[in-house]
Design a protein around this ligand. Sequence first.
Ligand SMILES: Nc1ncnc2c1ncn2[C@@H]1O[C@H](COP(=O)(O)OP(=O)(O)OP(=O)(O)O)[C@@H](O)[C@H]1O
Ligand SMILES: [Mg+2]
Length: 386
Amino acid sequence: MKPSVISAPAMLGMLGGGQLGRFFVIAAHELGYKVTVLDPDKNSPAGKIADVHLCANYDDAGALEQMAKTCQAVTTEFENVPAQTLEKLAESVTVRPSAECVAVAQNRVLEKNFIKNAGLPVAPFAVINDVSDLPVDDSALYPAILKVARFGYDGKGQARVKNQAEALQAFKEFKQEVCVLEQMLALDLEVSVVLARDAAGKIASFSTAENSHLNGILDISIAPARCSEVIKANAQELAKKLAAQLNYVGVLGVEFFLVGNQLLVNEIAPRPHNSGHYTIDACITNQFEQQVRVMTGLPLGNSALHSDAVMVNILGDSWFPTSEKNSALEPAWNKALSHANLKLHLYGKHEPRKARKMGHFTVIDKDLKTALNTALVARSELHIGE
Ligand SMILES: Nc1ncnc2c1ncn2[C@@H]1O[C@H](COP(=O)(O)OP(=O)(O)OP(=O)(O)O)[C@@H](O)[C@H]1O
Ligand SMILES: [Mg+2]
């Protein structure tokens, strides 16, 4: 049976009101849909531009009931929405991706085991349920990174540890929450694949992107990635295999580590991904439009790259260019905007804070080197990475 299509101007539901939710609202509006956003923050970037903003907690029974009654389908912009919320909504409305898939992505232990059991390579790791699980000093896992199993993002809830004593201290600092201890790898490169998979199992995948991080936060994404065609194709294959094994319906981000010629899956995101923001300006269909298309049962759009692209994240740090200054200073947008191939996207966040994602820009060009040069100039004009 062909699944029925939810046609515009139907109301769509979005759990979460951050920048990913905001780009979803924009894409949904472009296609003629209305959007209800659930987010407890009255200033949330997506809530501000939604047709309806339910300003309530993610487990608020009344808000969920209204969402289920008024929306034709619901999706999420972050993995930490309570599993019960998705299950509750799924009783009466289409939820994409499924509660099961989100549950895997929101817990590093389930996630790593799922990836490993699916036959895909991951970094060596141990699950730390309590102190006795911490490996002794001569374990091959050290030096390692201790990562809390739940609620970590942008490098939060992670500690680099050299031995058992340091691991113990970090584990205590994380209040002995369940953790994963992962071997620290000498990374040659980080790449990611964002794809959309529909209910019939059809996949439209975006180019493999190359990512670099600063202080645990994504700094720059380059598309296409500057590595061999074999590695790029391998990343595509692994991401598709994972999506199929998850029986995933929606937009999925898959992060990889490259060590030598070996790709390892780092983690997955059950939603559009920061490293896929370049698709807004450089692809025929962007990752947020694909998210709308999958949840409404529309055919997937063409995800081909029409220009090479370099995306740079703009954090709140750009408002505080000198460390002595505590009052926020608006960055010199005009300088960045003087580059004709630069597309600026600010998220409308209420208040700039250090390490907070406030926006990004993407430079597109036929030539990747030219795009990268311009992006690096604009990056320093905005005091990024200082
Ligand atoms: N085992 C490892 N070996 C080397 N570097 C690592 C390892 N694990 C993480 N990193 C580095 O730290 C970054 C953030 O790690 P990870 O993706 O696990 O965290 P996160 O908090 O979920 O981040 P985000 O939400 O931004 O993706 C990675 O992209 C990588 O640069
Ligand atoms: Mg990550």
